[in-house]
Design a protein around this ligand. Sequence first.
Ligand code: ZN
Length: 157
Amino acid sequence: MKFIVDGMLGKLTRWLRMLGQDVQYSTQLDDAELVAMAEKEQRILLTRDTELYKRASAKGIDAFYVAGKTEAEKLAELAERFDFSLKIDLNHSRCPRCNAKILLTHKEKIAGKVKKNTFSFYSEFWGCPNCGHVYWQGAHWKGIRATLEEAKKIRGS
Ligand SMILES: [Zn+2]
């Protein structure tokens, strides 16, 4: 299962990638290009644009209209429709920035790439082999968990 999203869904893209989903996203593509790429790469098109939704559906492309207002609502409806888990396991996550699979990395390798406090406080870090960004389950993780819990409640599981 692979997705392509319209340019308005950048935040949702980052969530889906963290959840391990393969998501193509670009603000540079126009509607025709989005539809063409969905067709070529066999991706499900996620959009908040009714015109684009209709256009893709008419071409026989698997498209889904994202109705939710909050990220939790959007994640809940997508998890329900496409049947994926609302649990983030960074060992299966993709880079929120570039969609490459991130990898658990040796701590020594990221020395100097994160702040000293972060480096000494946390033991597990994941790196993106494509863009080089480093991830860890820091203080911001509380907010991430809260959003996922909210999404699970909406989904009813
Ligand atoms: Zn990356």
